[in-house]
Design a protein. Structure first.
Length: 549
């Protein structure tokens, strides 16, 4: 009996120690968000707001350009994503499963890799220009390095988000109202615009919010091939804070960026809430059965799939093709030279090692922070206080460049631990979403029994709550691991001393116009992110199946 009591005390001490460390890590993550943010905005307090007319016009121009490119990219994503959502939700055709799988691309393939793919496909010496050479007399078309190119890359890169969000809602729509309208003589177009489209508005707005914010905070696309003479707030903050050391200007730009993003989120959220209150929105308990493609729909389906193949699939495939070719005598031939070169570089393996270590540390920190926040929201008074529910939303309105700039203003020279803390401060809400969704499914009888029968709160947490949420924890950890691997912005802004990540290593290869080597390195980076995301998605799907059984 004495031995059992001693073992119980040891377990209790370990649980209490783990709980205290988790809470301390949670507050460290919050401080890693607040302190860089406060430091980045501090020049506005110490030096004041610049009020020159030229400066204000320039700020307005940069803000307008950022909103314009984000809005145009979102519109393009909608124009492609909505037809794709219809095909995924309501039609059966060869390649449907492949189209569905594209929904994971924006989440697991880094923007840097996709940008390299667009350079290989639509750059001055890309595949598109070589195919069009007989028609243009050998003159290269400047498709990519312009505002149109930026919108094209961002719009097609993010269209799967629209497709997945809308298709999920579309597949569950109740057709009773549309069928009744058809019986009363309404045509297909009138049924769609007066019934179906209204029912889909919440999903459309939800997807558009996500894409707009992603494009608004876009950094790598703009940095690599943004339009000449135009810049975005994110890139302007980077140049002002890192290249020119004008911290006041960077703070003003950051204030405008955050205010614009929060305003967009507020108004779009209001529009989404209003759309959800529209009458006629109803869902069936099971998904609709997709129908075969009709003869009249063949041209439409072919056009949609062809556009996706050219502007989405081809850039992804061109990354692999670029890594397996070499220019010889003015011609590109199959070659493993790029792979041999990067595999012979010690810096490549160091970058890969650094990436995996940083991603593992960030994943652990994010998961622990998210778990603490999720547990806090189940207990009074945190459960009833709105301020605690809004904490996970705040990092989504702040850019990586702003956080990295504030961190460098605090520490001057970034170290790997600062990179982990900065990534944790921004990424833990994504793990929180996964964990909270699992925690919300725990029956109240289970939590009540755990609180009653456990000798202390930590015992119920470790024996009941965490095992119930294990799939959400694994899913969140994998998601944050993939996001850390794909991050090239924070390592670039922090300028770590003799410490490259694989994303930064790939960016520098691309910056020195070594595109075959950059494509090979990018393929490895994409593989790391895809494997991590696959683990996260597998855990999520297992949780769904477990919840239905």
């Amino acid at each position: 009996m004495t031995g059992q009591n001693g073992r119980a005390r040891t377990i209790h001490v370990l649980q209490l120690t783990g709980g205290i460390l988790a809470v301390l890590l949670f507050f460290l993550a919050i401080l890693s968000f607040i302190m860089p943010l406060a430091k980045a905005f501090s020049p506005l307090v110490t030096e004041g707001f610049p009020a020159s007319g030229y400066g204000m016009r320039r700020l307005a121009r940069i803000t307008g350009y950022t909103v314009k490119e984000a809005a145009a990219s979102t519109l393009l994503a909608l124009l492609v994503g909505l037809p794709a959502a219809f095909l995924v939700a309501r039609r059966k055709f060869p390649g449907r499963r492949l189209l569905v799988s594209f929904a994971a691309i924006p989440l697991c393939v880094p923007p840097l890799i996709v940008a390299l793919g667009y350079i290989s496909s639509f750059g001055m010496a890309g595949y598109a220009n070589r195919l069009l050479a007989p028609l243009t007399g050998g003159e290269s078309l400047n498709i990519l390095y312009s505002f149109r190119g930026l919108v094209m890359a961002q719009g097609f890169y993010n269209f799967p988000i629209i497709m997945a969000t809308v298709a999920d809602a579309w597949s569950q729509l109740d057709d009773e109202q549309a069928d009744s309208a058809r019986l009363l003589g309404a045509g297909e177009a009138r049924c769609f615009f007066s019934i179906t489209l209204i029912q889909l508005i919440p999903a459309i707005i939800s997807g558009a919010i996500t894409v707009f914010i992603y494009c608004f905070f876009s950094f790598m696309f703009v940095l690599l091939f943004g339009a000449t003479g135009g810049t975005t707030l994110e890139v302007a903050i980077y140049h002002a804070g890192r290249s020119q050391m004008h911290f006041t200007e960077a703070a003003v730009l950051a204030l405008l960026e955050s205010a614009t993003a929060i305003t967009a989120l507020f108004f779009m959220s209001k529009a989404e809430d209003a759309a959800r209150r529209l009458k006629g929105l109803s869902f069936r308990g099971k998904s609709a059965t997709p129908l075969p493609v009709g003869k009249k729909e063949v041209p439409f389906v072919t056009a949609v799939l062809l556009i996706i193949a050219v502007f989405f699939v081809m850039p992804l495939l061109s990354i692999i093709l670029s890594s397996l070719t070499a220019r010889t005598g003015g011609r590109k031939l199959f070659s493993l030279a790029a792979w041999k070169q990067i595999l012979s570089m010690r810096s490549f393996f160091l970058s890969l090692r650094n990436t995996l270590l940083i991603a593992a540390a960030t994943s652990i920190f994010c998961t622990v922070t998210a778990l603490v926040q999720a547990v806090l929201l189940t207990r009074p008074p945190f459960k009833t206080k709105a301020v605690f529910r809004t904490i996970p939303l705040l990092p989504m309105a702040v850019s990586s460049v702003l956080t990295g700039l504030g961190m460098t203003m605090l520490v001057r020279r970034g170290q790997p631990v600062h990179l982990v803390l900065a990534q944790t401060a921004l990424y833990w809400p994504f793990a929180f979403r996964q964990i909270q969704s699992c925690m919300a499914k725990i029956p109240e009888t289970v939590t009540d029994a755990a609180a009653t029968l456990s000798p202390c709160r930590t015992d119920g947490l470790f024996r009941v709550i965490i095992p119930y949420c294990r799939r959400g924890i694994i899913s969140g950890a994998g998601f944050c691991f993939a996001m850390s691997c794909s991050d090239a912005t924070l390592p670039l802004v922090l300028s770590l001393n003799k410490f490259d990540t694989l994303s930064l290593f790939t960016y520098r290869l691309a910056g020195s116009y070594r595109f075959p080597q950059a494509s090979a390195s990018g393929a490895v980076l994409g593989l790391c992110c895809t494997l991590a995301f696959s683990l996260s998605n597998r855990a999520k799907m297992t949780e769904k199946i477990h919840g239905l059984s």
